[in-house]
Design a protein around this ligand. Structure first.
Ligand code: ZN
Length: 344
């Protein structure tokens, strides 16, 4: 089954062709970093304008790279839930047009399900339900028990900022540009992670609740206090605090709920020290860590098509009347969680 997956939920225009939910035949992403960089973050109206300019070309490129035409598609899938409203609408309109013109099923998915399924694609032999998923990105930080296809249990989330959000905000405070996570990771390589002792809020609490805003305040205050500070040391110490918070909570929740397989998803999953720290902690307890291929970590159409393949078997196609929704509950049980306020 050949599915065209489309994602325009935030600032990346993604289209991909995936066969039978796991074989990625193409995965094309147009990044908008340059358009947003001088603003230090995503500007919704600019994101929508860029999606509109790029979407047709990106879809055609995805088909061309997969060496297929519209007539070969069996279904079209799109992230219609969660993201920037104006951005989502561009992808949803394109997907509806294709479904109508080609007379193929339309499958709408929640953007987060794309991230969750980025770990399952091609790994259904080794990764089994239920498993724990830490999804960590600019818009959300969540610990989910993935019970079965489309069914999730919320085991933890952030009460304030998302992890990726604080990485971006601290990077902006240091004038490192956008996106911030990669810039901080690069500087942190040459720094001492013990140079600053930043707080790790809620780290020792037994539940899965995260908090990053106190850490962000402490780091930005340190920057304001000393204009000549060693940026490498500061970034290394800050990054270590974020990693400590994510890893300790994840391992605690995994143990508490006896989930021996742990997946990492979302843009912050690209952070190599985080991947290593989680791997190290898991090995100690003989738990298994799964991370997606790097090109499936950031927003992309392949994860949308991958998720859609499994969810389509469960619940069939969606009507052409599906609508974009900036804030949508997740999965069959309608989980609600905190995410960044930019999603309006
Ligand atoms: Zn995302």
């Amino acid at each position: 089954m050949l599915i065209l997956g489309i994602d325009t939920s935030c600032d990346d225009t993604g289209a991909a062709v995936v066969e039978d939910g796991h074989q990625v035949r193409s995965n094309i992403v147009a990044s908008q970093y340059e358009a947003h960089e001088r603003f230090g973050g995503v500007v919704p109206v600019i994101a929508a304008r860029e999606h509109t300019a790029n979407i047709s070309f990106i879809i055609e490129s995805a088909l061309e790279t997969a060496r297929i035409s519209f007539a070969d598609l069996d279904a079209v899938a799109v992230s219609h839930h969660q993201g920037l409203m104006l951005s989502l609408v561009v992808g949803v309109s394109a997907a509806k047009s294709i479904a109508l013109a080609c007379d193929i099923p339309l499958i709408g998915i929640h953007h987060l399900e794309g991230h969750i399924y980025s770990n399952l694609m091609g790994r259904s032999d080794e990764l089994h339900f239920p498993f724990l998923c830490l999804t960590v990105a600019g818009g959300h930080t969540l610990l989910l028990k993935v019970v079965s296809h489309g069914t999730y249990e919320l085991l933890g989330h952030t009460r304030d900022d998302a992890a990726g959000e604080v990485l971006d905000k601290v990077a902006r405070h240091l004038n490192l540009g956008y996106p911030g996570g990669a810039a901080i990771e690069k500087l942190a390589k040459d720094g001492n992670p013990h140079a600053y002792s930043f707080p790790r809020p809620l780290m020792n609490r037994p539940d899965g609740e995260f908090s990053f805003s106190g850490l962000k305040t402490a780091v930005t205050a340190a920057i304001d206090r000393d204009p000549d500070l060693n940026q490498a040391d500061l970034c290394a110490s800050f990054q270590q605090a974020v990693i400590d918070l994510l890893v300790s909570k994840t391992m605690r929740i995994a143990q508490k709920h006896q989930l021996r397989q742990i997946t990492l998803a979302g843009g912050v999953a690209l952070n190599t020290p985080l991947r290593k720290a989680l791997q190290h902690a898991a090995q100690e307890h003989e738990y298994q860590i799964f991370t997606p291929p790097r090109d499936l970590c950031m927003d992309n159409g392949a994860m949308v098509a991958g998720a859609a393949y499994s969810l389509y078997q469960e619940r069939g196609p969606d009507p052409l009347s599906i609508a974009a929704l900036a804030n949508a509950p997740l999965g069959k049980t309608g989980i609600r969680y905190r995410h960044e306020s930019k999603y309006k």
